[in-house]
Design a protein around this ligand. Structure first.
Ligand code: WQD
Length: 338
């Protein structure tokens, strides 16, 4: 299939582009480069051994998005484009609602007017909110505790209603747990702009000497070692889940389906720090800091629906995640060049 990958120069988008190409699909990248560097595309082409059509486009611009579909006939869309920092969304809610919702509506409108109805949406485990049941299943109610999460909940609902209104749509909603790691080549990886909000990139920057020490946000949670527990998933496994979901959409009649993409295993902050120290051979100095507002003590995926229906499961271990993250970070201490 010829797939438009919005946000295709981003962390998960770039890894997914490589796996699409490796699976025999064609990929077209659309990105506004607000949270990705243009140099990523050159590295993707080097790794893929082929040119990758790439368009710098503001997907909130309806006319520009329609022109993109005019220029690039595609069979399906994987939609990663969107702002994704929880804290930033609290500070700038209107920017988040405007960008994430408008860009999605713009893409869906252009798809409809170009007869394209296969859509894979980058959602997040954040839609489970602060459910006290730690193992998340797809039938749980969705809610949010921040504007970023609400954009995911609202887009998921939009997609449900769209599929219910028009049987030509085939929509896959993929709820990511905690994506980490990097392509084994070390040529592409996670490159957060500014201060890293997420654990793994922060730990990697401590290991490579960019940050002095890690703040562990609380060690008094109801978890085995008191620190937060999450379901970390290697970005390569996550990317493979997107290819599997795209293939699944060609086989089913359901208009809207949701799948958890996670390992099913919970890992604590300190377990990840220890694994990263082993993988990198570096000490990871840390201090215990107050809990971060909004953090849940612990949650992880029940991945059985995706395992069965997508014939997909995670294959990489925590040690793989840390080794690949370290290979990327140590080879690119300052991230991607501009
Ligand atoms: C993981 C654990 C922290 C940083 C968020 C979003 C989610 C998704 C993934 C987009 C927690 C602890 C973290 C640090 C720490 N993003 N931590 N020190 O919060 O589970 O999920 O990112 O889709 O939607 O909510 O990920 O990596 O920020 O935190 O102790 O410097 O690490 O308390 O227990 P999180 P995270």
């Amino acid at each position: 299939m010829r797939v438009l990958v919005t946000g295709g120069a981003g962390y998960i988008g770039s890894h997914t582009v490589l796996q699409l190409l490796a699976a025999g699909h064609e990929a077209v990248i659309a990105d506004d480069f607000s949270n990705a560097k243009p140099s990523v595309v050159g590295r993707l082409e080097e790794l893929a051994g082929q040119a990758i059509p790439t368009h710098r486009v503001d997907l909130t611009d309806r006319a520009a998005t329609a022109a993109l579909f005019d220029a690039e006939p595609v069979d399906s869309v994987i939609h990663f484009a969107g702002f994704k920092a929880v804290g930033e969304s609290v500070a700038q809610p209107l920017s988040y609602y405007e960008n994430n919702l408008d860009s999605t509506y713009s893409v869906l409108r252009a798809m409809g007017s170009h007869g394209v109805h296969r859509f894979v949406f980058s959602s997040s485990a954040t839609v489970y909110g602060d459910n006290p049941i730690r193992e998340r299943t797809e039938d749980m109610p969705t809610t949010a505790t921040n504007p970023y999460g609400w954009t995911k909940v609202m887009i998921e609902q939009t997609l449900r209603d769209l599929a219910a209104s028009d049987p030509s749509w085939r929509i896959a909603v993929l709820r990511y747990f905690n994506p980490v790691g990097a392509h084994p080549s070390g040529r592409i990886g996670e490159d957060p702009s500014g201060f890293p909000n997420n654990l793994m990139p922060f730990v990697a920057q401590v290991a490579v000497g960019r940050r002095e020490r890690l703040s562990v946000f609380g060690d008094d949670y109801d978890t085995p070692d008191g620190t937060g527990v999450r379901d970390y998933i290697h970005v390569e496994d996550l990317a493979a889940g997107h290819v599997a979901a795209l293939d699944r959409l060609a086989q089913i009649d359901d208009g809207w389906s949701a799948w958890n993409l996670g390992s099913g295993q919970g890992v604590s902050v300190l377990e990840l720090v220890d694994a990263f120290a082993r993988a990198s051979g570096r000490e990871i100095p840390y201090e215990v800091a107050p809990r971060r507002p909004g953090d849940a003590p612990a949650y992880w995926a029940d991945p059985r629906k995706a395992n069965a229906e997508l014939n997909w499961r995670t294959t990489k271990t925590l040690d793989d995640m840390c080794a690949d993250s370290w290979r990327w970070q140590s080879a690119n201490p300052q991230g991607y060049p501009d």
